[in-house]
Design a protein around this ligand. Structure first.
Ligand SMILES: *Cc1c(COP(=O)(O)O)cnc(C)c1O
Length: 491
């Protein structure tokens, strides 16, 4: 922060003194205060240069300056308001005045326009080497050593037998459903509380989603709701072709319990672990428990290749087939021959290089995100009415995003909180809007946790995701915490 005393002058200050102060402080701006210490106007070196060109002498005083009212902003203004004002007037500094008209601060654009985002890419130190190796060997395309190594390294890290690197998590889900035989007219059970990319591929396959609620123990698929859905389907004489279990915000679902129910009906699980790479369930890596698991390396995920995905399975034939379908399904013939419809879903050798570097820092990223969560939790430990996404004893979440619900007793809604944070250039988001509430899926069946209680609706209505990046420093997090505290106090 700037010491205002150092840049304050009066109308009796000489031009020479004013220039010296400007020179010494390098802010390019002086505050001209009147006898009551109130802001008369601001003075730039341009103002003094114009006085000199008009014939003023260095020993003349600033009294020669015209009376103009300078732009100021009140103490209670938000960062957004200050920045808008700076942009509107194309200035980089803005004096802050209190209720008595006293200047109490000078805002600097470089400090003001610092945004805090929800989750941004965080590169390690070796990604560049793998990418440079690809350039050096001109292995820009097609598939290549980085792709093979990335698959092997990820498979080993999570303890899966096989992995196929793909262009996105969505592509991995799409291929996964195809491999599980999901086709036109089929039904697929899918967690409702998730991002639309979990469910869209069901429709790509001409099948229909049936949405399943969360429980409030893990915020993930409710075994109670899943069981009711199976019983209802069975009674009607049909069964889903697959169940997509989503591991929300970095936390595994209760896989053993869900698996047991699915086994009863002999229906395979596709585990959407797009958000939960690096998380564990009873010591097993999230994403490795379903028949097929998928990860995403989209830009906002815990590690990123800027865009990409991975399909994992212990079934060698499934993964071989995934690679085949992902490369346009070319038959082994000397000419171009195709017996089935394929896709262009493979990851490039360049992006796989980024992925290899990112994999090396995954553990650190998980620790950093868990520390971010812990700092939030500790900062608000005395506040009743904030309920953090729980972590059951069988779960080791990667805490991809720190999420909580805001109780009505706090006198402010999650929506209002998100707006207040946005005013301070802090990005917070609502929790995923459940799929059964989406216009595009309005016609789909839905099984809530209880006939009368939909947990996902409640989490959506009151939920908020806070900035959680592994590259967020303590200063940034303090800013989020202080802004939240103020918003909660003011209600
Ligand atoms: C990000 C995400 C996806 C999609 O992954 P992309 O790589 O962006 O295609 C799927 N499911 C969930 C739960 C996600 O968060």
């Amino acid at each position: 922060m700037i010491d205002l005393k150092n840049i304050s002058v009066s109308r009796s200050t000489t031009l020479r003194e004013a220039l010296l102060v400007l020179n010494n402080t390098a802010i390019g701006l002086l505050l001209l205060l009147d006898a009551n210490q109130q802001l008369d106007r601001t003075v730039t070196d341009g103002d003094i240069r114009r006085l000199l060109l008009d014939g003023a002498q260095l020993d003349d005083t600033l009294d020669k300056l015209a009376q103009i009212s300078s732009l100021t902003i009140s103490k209670s203004a938000s960062r957004r308001e200050a920045l808008d004002l700076m942009n509107q007037h194309v200035i980089n500094h803005l004096p802050v005045v209190d209720e008595d008209g006293k200047t109490v601060d000078l805002l600097d654009r470089r400090e003001i326009d610092e945004q805090i985002l929800l989750s941004t890419p965080h590169m390690g130190s070796t990604e560049r080497e793998f990418v440079e190796e690809a350039f050096r060997t001109n292995w820009i395309a097609p598939l290549g050593p980085n792709v093979d190594a990335f698959e092997n390294e990820l498979a080993e890290l999570v303890g899966s037998q096989h992995a196929a690197a793909l262009s996105s998590g969505t592509a991995a889900i799409h291929l996964g459903l195809q491999l599980l035989g999901v086709g036109a007219g089929d039904k697929v059970f899918c967690s409702t509380l998730t991002f639309s990319a979990s469910a869209n591929p069901i429709v790509y396959q001409g099948a229909q989603p049936v949405f399943i609620d969360s429980d409030d123990v893990s915020w993930n698929m409710s075994p109670v709701a899943l069981k009711r859905a199976f019983v209802a389907a069975n009674r009607e004489g049909w069964l889903p072709k697959a169940v997509i279990v989503v591991n929300l915000y970095g936390q595994s679902a209760d896989m053993d319990t869900l698996q047991e129910i699915c086994d009863e009906y002999d229906v395979p699980i596709l585990e959407d672990a797009a958000e939960s790479l690096g998380a564990y369930y009873k010591g097993r890596a999230s994403g490795t428990m379903g028949k097929i698991g998928i990860y995403s390396f989209n830009g906002n995920k815990i590690i990123t290749t800027s865009g990409g995905g991975m399909l994992v399975s212990d079934d060698a034939e499934l993964v071989r087939r995934a690679r085949f379908l992902a490369t346009q399904a070319r038959d082994p013939a000397p000419h171009y021959q195709h017996s089935v419809i394929g896709y262009n879903y493979r990851m490039s050798n360049i992006l796989a290089g980024v992925g290899r570097g990112q994999l090396k820092v995954l553990k650190e990223r998980v620790e950093a995100r868990r520390a971010v969560f812990q700092a939030y939790q500790e900062a608000f430990s005395g506040v009743e009415g904030i309920r953090w996404m729980p972590e059951p004893e069988w779960s080791h979440s990667n805490r991809w995003l720190t999420t909580c619900t805001i109780d009505s007793s706090l006198g402010i809604t999650s929506e209002e909180l998100i707006k207040k944070l946005a005013q301070e250039l802090i990005e917070a988001r609502p929790v995923w809007k459940p799929m059964h509430l989406q216009p595009v899926f309005a016609h789909c069946a839905y099984f809530p946790h209880d006939e009368t209680i939909s947990i996902a609706d409640d989490i959506f209505a009151r939920g908020i995701c806070l900035p959680s990046g592994s590259n967020m420093n303590a200063h940034h997090q303090d800013r989020v915490i202080e802004t939240l505290k103020l918003a909660l106090e003011r209600g």
